[in-house]
Design a protein around this ligand. Structure first.
Ligand code: ZN
Ligand code: ZN
Length: 562
């Protein structure tokens, strides 16, 4: 008998925020914890989503037995449709998480996936693993961590969590189970590192409710609350306040409507009697009786909030006496767009409260003292910080060292590594395929570095297209005609474009006829001519797109630089 060996294999989320996915492997069996996506930043122009590289999960046929979801945030469930298009495996999660993923799968035309709602403390056997969800609190309702009994012992994965002493639904974190696991022995703890830099404890969701109540009590005009559509408890708090202060509320934003409907159907959200009304009905009421709950807290263009800030919303305006509350964190990278909205709202005369100037939001992630408590409850033999950039993982590893875990028990790893655990030891191995797969429209993984570089160039330097028509002998019979985008303002630059046309025509005329019949040579000459001209006048290096049309019936052949 060989000694049992279990591998923990992060495919995403270690060394980055988002894209969370971890495999647990024993022999030929694999299960996955979460399958999340990442939203692209400005370095990935035109990309819709980033998803993990599933190569390892799909390498052995039938190895992947199931996916377990810790909660319904996009960075934990968003890549699941793309995985399920490659392999059909059952999916497990808490009831709300499963309801949210079901909606998403329907949108992707994946109707026949086997989805299973399991509740905290329900144990489930999958191959060599026994999986038990444990209640945690987070910024979405119905979050769980997972205790996975494996052939080498228990692996505890916290999922995203905070330790909220006063959650809105009364569902406290399951301290008892975490500490009972600690008593019996936890082999590996994988714990959320997102907020390791924050001292103390993360404040309670209940505190936000109290703070918002104080604002509602003195508000005289319309109240707009912007938050994440997934933050069921924050939405619940605002609905209760609307009821308490004699207001009605309308929900704005497609995801806001969908999530509240799903959560209300399952009993995770209680809609106070008669409080939620349609937009049209709300607009009929005096401002002092209106509450608008909206998406758009990240400054998304076309969201209700940005339309209101621009004075372009069909039903609502804001002005003096109105109050807008951005009850959310600004995700790094969105500061400018959110700033623009705040400025717009202030210009219209509204009062604006947001994270920097008022207490209107709490994080969904555990701060240092909470993280220490999780370590103290579970007392793991080995510790792997997860969910965070490298600095967060490192900070969490150092925190564990402060708690007395010796360096041989703490594993600071990133995607592409795996932790191999036996009954007697643990080591990190590397070389696991892991990376970012880019999703652009319907294309998965077909946009590579060259396409991205072109997009960056197009955005930064613009594009010049040059069309020439040649006959079979290599004589120019029409053109060059020139079109440009993002280089100069065409209407005011006719003389310049004439000059450029002349420069290209001259460069082509100076070629030998045989040379002109060589497509590559002709493309190169045109590119060179355009680049020299534009560079001399503007110090810019646009993407040049030569198009050669022929009079002998060939299709035009556009060429992009490689
Ligand atoms: Zn989350
Ligand atoms: Zn997360």
């Amino acid at each position: 008998m060989t000694e049992p060996l279990v591998r923990l294999i992060p495919l995403g989320g270690l060394g980055e925020i988002g894209l969370n996915m971890m495999l647990v492997e024993s022999g030929d069996d694999l299960i996955a914890i979460d399958c999340g996506l990442m939203f692209p930043d400005a370095e990935l122009p035109g990309i819709d989503y980033v998803i993990p590289d599933f190569t390892y999960a799909l390498a052995k046929p039938d190895a992947l037995r199931a996916v377990f979801l810790t909660h319904g945030h996009e960075d934990h469930i968003g890549a699941l449709p793309y995985l399920l298009k490659r392999v059909r495996v059952p999916v497990y999660g808490s009831p709300l998480t499963i309801a949210l993923i079901a909606e998403k799968l329907r949108e992707h035309g994946l109707e026949d996936v086997s989805l299973h709602a399991i509740r905290p403390r329900e144990r489930l056997e999958v191959g060599p693993f026994t999986v038990e969800p444990l209640r945690v609190t987070h910024s979405i309702a119905d979050g769980v961590g997972l205790a996975i009994t494996t052939p080498v012992g228990v692996v505890v994965h916290t999922g995203d969590f905070k330790l909220d002493p006063n959650p809105l639904d009364g569902e406290l974190p399951d301290y008892e189970s975490f500490s009972a696991l600690g008593d019996r022995g936890v082999t590996v703890l994988c714990s959320d590192s997102t907020n390791v830099d924050r001292p103390g404890h993360t404040r309670s969701e209940g505190d936000v409710g109290v703070a918002l109540a104080e604002r509602f009590a003195v508000a005289r005009g319309r109240i707009v609350v912007a938050t994440f559509a997934s933050h069921i408890h924050r939405i619940q708090a605002v609905l209760r306040l609307a009821a308490r202060f004699g207001r009605k509320a309308a929900l704005l934003g497609r995801s806001m409507e969908r999530n509240t409907r799903v959560a209300a159907d399952l009993g995770y959200l209680t809609l106070p009697d008669g409080v939620v009304v349609s937009l049209e009905e709300l607009a009929e009421l005096p401002p002092a009786r209106q509450v608008i709950i909206s998406t758009g807290s990240q400054g998304e263009p076309n969201s209700a909030l940005s339309l209101i800030a621009a004075g372009e919303h069909k039903y609502f305006t804001v002005g003096a006496g109105d109050l807008v509350i951005l009850s959310s964190r600004v995700i790094p990278g969105n500061e400018r767009t959110v700033g623009r909205i705040i400025n717009g709202l202030y210009r219209r005369g509204a009062e604006v409260l947001y994270e920097d100037n008022a207490f209107v939001h709490v994080s969904g992630h555990a701060s240092r003292e909470d993280l220490k408590r999780m370590l103290a409850l579970t007392r793991p033999r080995y510790f792997v910080p997860v969910h965070g950039e490298y600095r967060h993982l490192l900070g969490h590893a150092r925190l564990a060292a402060e708690m007395g875990l010796t360096p041989d028990r703490v594993f600071l790893m990133e995607n592409g590594a795996a932790l191999e655990v036996t009954k007697t030891g643990a080591t990190v191995v590397t070389g696991i395929p892991a990376g970012r797969v880019l999703v652009d429209g319907k294309g998965v993984g077909d946009v590579g570095p060259v396409v991205l570089r072109d997009r960056e160039l197009l955005a930064e330097e613009g594009m010049v297209a040059v069309a020439i028509t040649m006959n079979a002998d290599g004589d120019v019979v029409a053109g060059p005609t020139i079109a440009s985008r993002g280089v100069v303002y065409v209407k005011e630059s006719e003389p310049l474009l004439d000059e450029l046309r002349g420069a290209v025509a001259q460069a082509v005329a100076m070629m030998e006829r045989v040379e002109r019949r060589d497509r590559e040579a002709l493309y190169n000459r045109i590119r060179l001519a355009v680049r020299q001209f534009v560079n001399q006048r503007f110090q810019r290096k646009p993407v040049v797109l030569p198009m050669i049309m022929t009079t002998d019936g060939h299709e035009p052949t556009p060429q992009v630089e490689d």
